[in-house]
Design a protein around this ligand. Structure first.
Ligand code: XLS
Ligand code: NI
Ligand code: NI
Length: 439
């Protein structure tokens, strides 16, 4: 045991009346909602990187967090194992079912390709034993192909194919590790797959490279028999000026271009959605529309500054809406609710890591209950069904099925004696309905 979290008792569900800040008020894992437990619906995961790797450093100053596993200064195997002990100790106390990691989050530092393979394998053995003992499962794994200086100009989109080959090595090893650890998914976030300046970038060439890289990952998934999903995580920019996977719609076009739309889905992050000028629920609903919804990296940005602040989510209205669309799309299958979120730099105690996650899990629980209530009566669906009913028969159905051509549709319009009347979209009424649901 790490000792670092010893002063925190396991977090229990105590109900909405509880005044204990270190207890769940709404997240009751066994509570039944629409025939499934909350735990099964939400599939909550803790992310390794923000929770155990980050020491609180920002661009203006060093890390104030003082976690014991950072004290070694060198991220060697001993430090990696101390971090692993602390991570599973945290998971036991929080009681969430899943975790997520990048290869470099869990392993000792490596410089050469051979060292990379060796160090990852060493820690994966330890992770496997920990998972067996503690019962926490892997939601997804991913390779960090953006932090090391070799990736300054991207990974698969690098002008130098040897860099892309190093990235391929990392992805192959991490996909195999994810498979071995029983992960439900594998994520590719294109951290630097874009450009800082279009002046030095061959955009068409880079997208070809990215498409082929993704196809190789899918081929390998099938080769090793990985049954989980592959997800791209859209983000418009940061760290690059422009990232090719800018939002769900763009990713779908990209997948279509390379014939991968049936093989690859999306891991949506609300803070990335808002950076792209979209709402969170827009991204979920676009993914549903294209049939590529996968998983969520829950967090939020700060409306007053435009970057990926990765704060724990706390907006109940936004989360309720997103949850409604997630449930409408069938809910999580292999995906889940990963908190890609970090406590603020001044929240430097072990305890703060619990407050962040407790708040996030309680929020998801409330959003789930609200969304289930919305689905029960499904006022929105009924409204939309009535609004589009015209397309089910007559000229609407003929247009959609292709049985009427432009001339025939135009002839239908000519038969009318006047211009069609405008119909209210009832936006305020629907907004009021949401306001009254959110509680
Ligand atoms: C960064 C991304 C990253 C991915 C995993 O903005 O959210 O953390 O989730 O590489
Ligand atoms: Ni993320
Ligand atoms: Ni992010």
């Amino acid at each position: 045991m790490s000792g670092y979290f010893d002063h925190i008792d396991p977090i229990k569900y105590e109900g909405a009346e509880s005044e204990n800040p270190l207890a769940f008020k709404y997240y009751d894992p066994k509570k039944l909602v629409m025939g499934k437990t909350m735990e099964e619906h939400l599939r909550v995961a803790v992310c390794y990187w923000h929770t155990f790797c980050w020491d609180g450093a920002d661009v203006f100053g060093g890390g104030p967090f003082n976690r014991p596993w950072h004290a070694r200064k060198k991220n060697d195997q001993k430090a990696a194992e101390a971090k692993l002990d602390a991570a599973f100790d945290f998971f036991d106390r929080l009681g969430q079912p899943f975790f997520c990691f990048h290869d470099v989050d869990v392993m000792a530092n490596a410089e050469t390709p051979k060292e990379h393979v060796k160090n990852l394998a060493k820690i994966v053995d330890k992770i496997e034993a920990k998972m067996e003992k503690h019962g926490t499962k892997l939601l997804w794994g991913t390779a960090n192909n953006f932090s090391h200086p070799r990736y300054i100009a991207g990974a698969s989109t690098n002008p130098n194919p040897d860099v892309a080959a190093f990235a391929a090595l990392q992805v192959k090893e991490c996909l195999e590790a994810t498979h071995r650890l029983g992960g439900s998914g594998y994520v590719l976030w294109g951290g630097r797959e874009g450009y800082d300046s279009i002046l030095n970038t061959n955009v068409g060439q880079e997208m070809e490279q990215l498409g082929r890289f993704l196809a190789m990952v899918v081929e390998h998934k099938h080769k090793i028999g990985f049954k989980g999903d592959i997800w791209i995580e859209p983000k418009p920019h940061e760290p690059t000026k422009h990232q090719y996977d800018r939002d769900v719609g763009t990713v779908y076009g990209f997948l279509k271009q390379y014939g991968l739309e049936k093989e690859v889905g999306v891991n949506i992050e609300p803070n990335h959605a808002t950076l792209a000028g979209n709402s969170f629920e827009h991204e979920v609903e676009m993914a549903n529309a294209f049939g590529i919804f996968g998983s969520i990296d829950f967090n939020r940005g700060d409306p007053q500054n435009g970057w990926d602040t990765d704060q724990f989510p706390n907006d109940l209205r936004e989360t309720t809406l997103a949850m409604y669309y997630i449930l409408k799309g069938g809910g999580f299958v292999n995906g889940g609710s990963n908190f890609d979120a970090k406590v603020r730099r001044q929240s430097c105690d072990a305890e703060d890591l619990f407050h962040g996650h407790i708040g996030g899990m309680d929020l998801l629980a409330r959003a789930l209950i609200n969304a289930a209530e919305m689905i029960e009566t499904d006022t929105l669906q009924a409204f939309k069904d009535a609004r589009y009913a015209g397309w089910k028969s007559g000229i609407g159905a003929e247009m959609l099925s292709g049985s009427a051509n432009l001339e025939e549709v135009a002839a239908h319009a000519l038969k009318g004696n006047s211009s069609p009347d405008p119909v209210s979209g009832r936006q305020e009424m629907l907004e009021n309905y949401i306001t009254n649901i959110v509680k």
